[in-house]
Ligand binder design. Structure first.
Ligand SMILES: Cc1cc2nc3c(=O)[nH]c(=O)nc-3n(C[C@H](O)[C@H](O)[C@H](O)COP(=O)(O)O)c2cc1C
Length: 333
């Protein structure tokens, strides 16, 4: 076992998992903010493997990125680079700050390497996040993704305007932008998803900003819905982040979480998320895809590479395996 894995799994994880997941998350963010001053931090935990990838004109030192939801407010992405991630997607960010759902809203399912979160898109808003990015962007070389979402109190009719305003605040600060149309923790639209998404994409495309754009989709979509979204993305040259968390519970061995609200992430999501990519590839062999959802090991990477995936994002495996997961995944590229 490598030293960083040993330290993480035998000591750090054991300690952190004794406490509430959201408290731990906030504590870790706090540590990250100050860890520039902890000697050897980078030496112990930093990934040393370089696997350069060029994707849509963006240069990645390696293709393993940190998914949205960890650095929601752009406070620690410089440290994320030091850990060895090839990129980071910050957010989801909304135009105005918002609180999200009442706590407790974040749960571990340790036996199944999974998490359930019902955080509901808490963030400090686009202007605050923009300031944070401006403070740190010069410190990083890796591509920075910004994930944008509508405010929870904005109805679906007004969503495109709200998202567009948010994008305008952040447009010069990211290398790529992801529009999150798939959070399972907020109220749903009654209209067809493709109508809702086309309104957003069209508005963003009309701004003619020369960046890479993606929509982030749910693993719970029907084939028909995926088909329609891909067709729209193709018209406007948007890529796909596949996928967000799932509302399904039948993929868990335990029935204890059937009534726990929220999006499920981690190992049980892996096959479902991969299946969405298979469907996308059946519809379109070329559309750019960032794979996210249950990526833990060599097989997960291999299976996605066979479908032409070059760029990967992780969240839950980072929590369970620690920073050593980046090395482990990079070794298999
Ligand atoms: C605690 C938590 C918060 C998240 N917050 C966001 C978010 O704000 N926006 C978003 O697009 N995805 C969010 N996600 C989803 C992740 O970005 C990712 O799509 C999902 O967890 C599947 O990947 P994983 O199995 O590697 O965790 C969140 C996930 C977790 C576990």
């Amino acid at each position: 076992m490598r030293m960083e894995d040993f330290l993480y799994k035998k000591f750090i994880r054991k300690l952190l998992f004794m406490f509430d997941p959201e408290d731990v998350h906030n504590f870790v963010l706090e540590i990250f903010r100050y860890s520039n001053y902890i000697p050897f931090f980078e030496k112990i935990f930093g990934c040393r493997i370089k696997k350069p990838v060029n994707f849509l004109g963006m240069k990645f030192i390696n293709p393993i990125g940190l998914a949205a939801g960890f650095d929601k407010n752009g406070e620690v992405f410089d440290l994320i680079e030091k850990l060895g991630f090839g990129f980071c997607e910050i957010g989801s960010v909304s135009l105005k700050p918002q609180k999200g759902n009442p706590t407790p809203r974040f749960f571990r399912i340790v036996e199944e390497n999974a998490l359930i979160n019902h955080i509901g898109l808490e963030n400090k808003g686009a202007y605050y996040v923009a300031k944070n990015i401006e403070k740190r962007k010069h410190k990083v070389k890796f591509p920075l993704g910004i994930n944008i979402v509508k405010n929870n109190d904005v109805d679906f009719e007004q969503a495109a305007d709200n998202i567009c305003e948010c994008f305008k605040v952040l447009k010069d600060l990211g290398d790529f932008f992801v529009f999150n149309i798939s959070c399972p923790n907020v109220e749903k639209t009654n209209e067809n998803i493709e109508v809702y998404v086309e309104r957003i994409i069209e508005k963003i495309a009309n701004l003619t900003v020369d960046k890479n754009f993606f929509i982030k989709i749910s693993p719970d979509l029907e084939y028909e819905e995926i088909y329609k979204l891909i067709k729209i993305c193709n018209i406007y040259k948007f890529g796909i982040v596949a996928t967000n968390t799932t509302l399904r519970r039948n993929i868990l061995k335990s029935r204890n979480f059937d009534n726990v609200k929220g999006g499920l992430s981690g190992l049980p999501l892996s096959e479902i998320s991969l299946d969405v990519i298979r469907k996308i590839r059946e519809i379109d062999r070329e559309i750019p895809i960032i794979s996210c959802g249950g990526i833990f090991n060599k097989d997960d990477i291999e299976n996605r590479k066979k479908l032409g995936i070059e760029i990967f994002e992780i969240y839950t495996s980072f929590i369970y395996e620690g920073p050593g997961i980046i090395n482990k995944l990079c070794l298999n590229l």
